[in-house]
Design a protein around this ligand. Structure first.
Ligand code: SF4
Length: 191
């Protein structure tokens, strides 16, 4: 497949994802960007669940993001919680209702149907290839990676658990699966 064909295929797939997000969002009374913000908060860690984190992930101003978050909060899909150590910092926590809503809309139905019946190895291979494509594109544009903590260069083993080399704090196994706004790939894997 030529690069042109790859581009055309990705364009068609992104269009399908957008159409489905619009339909599913309308069904739930939400805009696609509100669903995207909720999905981000569903996946991110405690260093990233802030207005700043959502703003960087969506590439929108804090003012625009605040409007999105207000709607999610009024629908009781997320709640604000002050940080235990720094009371000026506010975390955005997805509620049980928010989680329930999200599991109805993510992953997109057409993806579930298209990948149903494929071998696990094939799906893993596709995920690896897409991840690698995204990583290279982000590196070329010097964008934040928002990768999973377990793939970060600051992630260190500490006894039977893990530790963040950047903050010095302990990380649980579930923490290492979450995405982070401070994430960086190991130097050898960049570019
Ligand atoms: S190890 Fe990396 S990804 Fe994990 S919390 Fe620390 S900075 Fe974030």
């Amino acid at each position: 497949m030529s690069v042109q064909q790859v581009h055309a295929t990705l364009e068609r797939l992104s269009n399908l994802l957008r159409v489905e997000a619009r339909e599913q969002g309308a069904h739930e009374g939400l805009l696609p960007v509100q669903l995207e913000a909720l999905h981000y908060l569903f996946q991110c860690n405690r260093y990233s669940d802030t207005v700043q984190g959502v703003s960087e992930y969506l590439g929108q101003t804090k003012g625009t993001v605040s409007q999105t978050l207000k709607v999610l909060q009024s629908r009781e899909l997320l709640e604000k919680k002050p940080d235990m150590k720094d009371r000026r910092l506010v975390h955005l926590k997805i509620t049980r209702k928010g989680r329930r809503l999200l599991t109805n809309v993510v992953p997109a139905r057409f993806l579930v149907e298209a990948l149903d019946g494929k071998q696990t190895g094939e799906v893993d291979q596709l995920a690896d290839l897409l991840r690698s494509l995204l990583r290279d594109a982000q590196a070329a544009r010097q964008m934040k990676t928002f990768g999973a903590c377990k793939t970060c260069r600051f992630n260190e083993s500490a006894g039977s658990g893990y530790r963040c080399g950047l903050t010095g704090e302990s990380l649980s196994k579930p923490d290492t699966e979450r995405i982070c706004r401070e994430h960086q790939y190991p130097i050898a894997c960049e570019g």
